[in-house]
Design a protein around this ligand. Structure first.
Ligand SMILES: C[S@@+](CC[C@H](N)C(=O)[O-])C[C@H]1O[C@@H](n2cnc3c(N)ncnc32)[C@H](O)[C@@H]1O
Length: 236
């Protein structure tokens, strides 16, 4: 299924299939900005012991962290930016896959959470960060918009996604629009065509419409696809 609204387009399906179709059509993107599954969900039987682990859903179990990266390469313009969020424990595999697929690693962007989830404070550090790796397709000039008088720190300071940004219960790993806008502002230009192959509830798409970028999103699960469609349409 495809929703085509001109300045944004949403595909419901497996991104590996859709990426192949986009390649056949000869579509070229200025940037790929995405937040794929982190593969951190686990089935567990510890609920009665008060040890409920993380379980975002089946989509976050046994996910192949890297096989989608190579098919992205022909879709990106030379010099195009690619930004991939993930768990820090997975970053080395993602970096290796990017390098093997013709990308040059640039920097690691960090999101510092102002209101992180509580944790056992006597046993662990609180997790107040998430990371995204930024790389560039070789062979062209990349976009980097410095918005600071001195230099840009790769640091986004922002709270967890607010209830106000969630509709119908929201997505379990929904990114705040502010986080996505920070990246869009610095690593894309107005009018650019941006791809998110794992668009979930559509936060990248909303950041794109807010900042006058064109957007293509792909999402496997119907409920998140519908959520993305509703949220992006409402943001216009
Ligand atoms: C981490 S979430 C993205 C959340 C998103 N950034 C947001 O703000 O809502 C990853 C998404 O990828 C989707 N997904 C998993 N495998 C996929 C695949 N093969 N093709 C397309 N989407 C997939 C999941 O259903 C999930 O919604």
């Amino acid at each position: 299924m495809v929703i085509d609204k001109g300045d944004y387009k949403l595909y419901k399906g497996d991104c590996l299939n859709v990426l192949g179709g986009l390649k056949t059509l000869g579509v070229k993107f200025d940037a790929i900005i995405t937040d794929p599954p982190y593969n951190i969900s686990r089935d567990n039987n510890f609920h009665t012991m008060g040890r409920a682990g993380i379980d975002f859903g089946e989509w976050d179990k046994d996910f192949d962290l890297t096989s989608w990266i190579k098919p992205c390469e022909p879709l990106l313009k030379k010099g195009g930016n690619i930004v991939i969020f993930n768990d820090w424990k997975n970053m080395s595999y993602i970096v290796k896959a990017l390098e093997e697929s013709g990308f040059e690693i640039k920097d690691l962007i960090r999101w510092e959470k102002t209101n992180p989830m509580p944790r056992n404070r006597d046993r662990r550090f609180i997790t107040d960060y998430e990371f995204a790796v930024w790389a560039v397709k070789k062979g062209g000039k990349w976009t980097f918009n410095r918005l600071n008088d001195t230099y840009e720190r790769p640091k986004i300071v922002c709270g967890l996604t607010s209830k106000g940004e969630k509709i119908n219960g929201g997505h379990p790993t929904q990114k705040p629009i502010e986080v996505m806008e920070w990246i869009i502002n610095r690593l894309t230009n107005e009018g650019d065509l941006v791809l998110d192959p794992f668009c979930g509830s559509g936060s990248t798409g909303i950041a794109c419409t807010n900042k006058n970028r064109r957007f293509v999103g792909i999402e496997l699960e119907e409920n998140y696809f519908n959520m993305a469609s509703e949220r992006i349409e409402n943001s216009k």
